[in-house]
Design a protein around this ligand. Sequence first.
Ligand code: AN0
Ligand code: CP
Length: 318
Amino acid sequence: MRNFTTVNDIGDLKDAVKEALEVKANRFGYKHLGVDKTLLMIFFNSSLRTRLSTQKAAMNLGMNVIVLDVNQGAWKLETERGVIMDGDKPEHLLEAIPVMGCYCDVIGVRSFARFESKKDDYEERIINQFIRYSGRPVFSMEAATRHPLQSFADLITIEEYKTVERPKIVMTWAPHPKALPQAVPNSFAEWMNATGYDFVITHPKGNELAPEFVGNAVVEYDQAKALAGADFVYAKNWSAYTDPNYGQVINLDRSWTVTTEKMALTNNAYFMHCLPVRRNMIVSDDVIESERSIVIPEAANREISAQVVLKRILEGLK
Ligand code: AN0
Ligand code: CP
């Protein structure tokens, strides 16, 4: 594997999950792969899990790790070509990227949707420039439209907890006071569609996701109907995708919060969320604290998904 930004980069999902479970059972068994190799993690946005789990995964593989928070201590970066740089940004991404590439063997990038231009976000302008100009393998630590390390960890978790061959998985929108990207739900949909499981997306009218991510999923606007018989409930907020509301909070309806009453409609479903989560907006205290909540094992699997991706990138280094 060279770059990792979508489900397509991981190949066969059954093989990927098998490898993940092997890595999980023997996380220090691949240490030779990363000796004298350096991972550079670049963050344009905040993170708790991605930062810690990816660094841990790299250390499991024997790598050295450098972490850069672009907005804390680095020069502010201009990202547009052709701009007369007489403002507050002393450095251009087009120099910064190849320079960063000089100091490492692999680059991880977190760069959320900016909601300034839907076209720029959905063309993945920032991470694609890293792929093009760094000279290094690049993996997404959540880019503008996808969060594949999260979705891979979600899939591993579902494989560990499912009790039927083809579970019913329901991704439900839930309210949140600030505008959030569509990356997590897009990506989760992309990965679930690739499994062939019974996958349903439920959200209020107006919060439709991009059709290329919805794919063959069933979209059900009635949350109670969607939840009936679910084996897994995957809650997430996302801001509007469709014009003219792209990137805006258009609904704060707390009747969409995942509560014990809602979970009672399911087939005793497990509750999942990528975290961080706002309690009593997205999910009630009772549900997230219940014995059917698997948000912590889900987060723990972020170390495993990152380790499989790094392992494959290291195996592919010339
Ligand atoms: C981010 C998002 O929704 O994309 C990161 C989630 C992993 N969440 C927030 O910014 C709260
Ligand atoms: N789930 C996730 O990616 O969390 P962080 O934003 O804390 O990294």
